[in-house]
Design a protein around this ligand. Sequence first.
Ligand code: ADA
Length: 568
Amino acid sequence: MIRTFGQHILRKTRTLDGLWDFVTDPSNLGTTEEWYKKFPSDSRKLVVPSCWNNELGLFEYIGVAWYRTYFDTTQDSNIRLIFEGILHHADIYVDGQHLGYHFGGYTQFSTLLPHLAQGQHELIIRVDSTLDWQTLPTDVADWYSYGGIIRSVELQELPDVYIDTMKIDYHLTGDQADISLQVQVNSLSHTDSEVEVNASTSGLVFPAVTVQLPAGQSTQLTLRGTLVNIRRWDVGRPELYTFTVQAGEDDLIDRTGFRTVAVDNGQIFLNGQKLYLQGVNRHEEHPEWGFAFPPKLMLKDLAILQDLGCNIVRGSHYPQSQFWMDLLDEHGMLLWSEIPMWGCFMSTETLASPLFAERGVKMLDEMITRDYHHPSIIFWGAHNEIDTRTTEALELTKKFVGKIRSMDESRLVTYATMHPVEDIVLSYFDVIGINKYYGWYEGNVNGFRDMLQNYYRNAEAQGAGDKPLIMSEFGAAGIFGDAGWEPRLFSEDYQADVVQQALHIFRDDPRIVGTLIWHFADIRVDVRSDRPYFRDRARSFNNKGLLNEYRKPKLAYRIVKDIYRSKR
Ligand code: ADA
């Protein structure tokens, strides 16, 4: 299940989720495309979607694994296979043919099989969860990088002339929306075709267009229309519009909401109203499901965010599943969405690597293409805690921000810096996020005050003094159930004190327009006996959650709820 709503009425779709054959390949024998033929008979079954690290004996397995399933086609058909998320390297084989490779576990990709013969077909996927210094994330990141087919696999049967994409853009003037729909129609036919393209949304039918399509070609057309008396999407007011496009025997349905986002004089405006953001960072992770986070739990997480008094959640630190974003759209909750470019502070070589930059740009492309219509997304995040004092980070920032702006001018571009006082990339962004942990890694909570003054000086000096500022990460670890008379480090009491004091400092500072606590719930972390990283993570968890990993509230949750629900 990829979305909360159906995207097709005419096009036949079915899920390939379920039990697949699965076998690990620890010695990485499968570097040749022939290996799959020897798919061992002793393979086991694994549920797709899931993460293999949640299975017995595979808790710490990082490496290669092979998956296999079969699908039937009843007649000569054009098949498109959609993979919503495979961590991290995926090679796709159908009936023995290598059809493609994809890197990047959190964005969707697809494979097209035109004119596939009737019968049973074998689908094999080689998955490699190995990370290195040029992957996003790199092999050092503060979350457990599970392996597997973590999100759904869908099969679509396409007619010979089909709709490839639809992009909805609009311009708002008062309660009027001038809308343009860019529709890409492709032909897989051996003969020339003519199709009529129709589109509509509630209250508007676009004028139909007839398209002549030479055999095997594609075309892009733009349909325009004006909608009056629109209801704007807003926080807590999730007004959504469903768009349907039909081209011959094919259709595509998507949704958006109308709203404006802007910055002015250090403030963020949604639909012209000043916005104060209250939220948390959230990993889409759970000890039983890893990143294959089930819809039922998403709904519960959302209810918890609402209970806490949040109006925003940061999708730390990677594009989240579309089901989650649909839910946010449907409940009027804002989202900061970003790619898994985390840290890289181990080496500026990573930041300077052309392969790394290319992968980052591709991920931005895939994230923005996939998620462009979600009204909940207010920020695109370019990177998190890279060494933004360096020219390597500056060059990468130019590339990333340039890419984002070339694809989407309707949202704000942001990032999270851990070097606010020496940062040299501030001026490239619309909104600045600061990650700092006074009261945990450095000094006591009052350290925030000096840091903020020094940041403001740096921002002024760089001509970025008028950029809205969000405290994008702060917090402390608290082990669930560890409470007492003294606020000892790692106790629930200590964590609650730090978060409470920090929030008071930030809410008193008129230049800060939002707070995102680190973080929603505890997550598993990659602590290995042979590596020096994250050794302070008790239980091999990042324990700074307001909830534990099973979503039980700690003291800090209740304190934050009181603050977030009180008037600032
Ligand atoms: C950083 C980082 C988070 C997490 C946090 C922490 O700010 O962005 O992913 O690692 O620190 O707990 O130290």
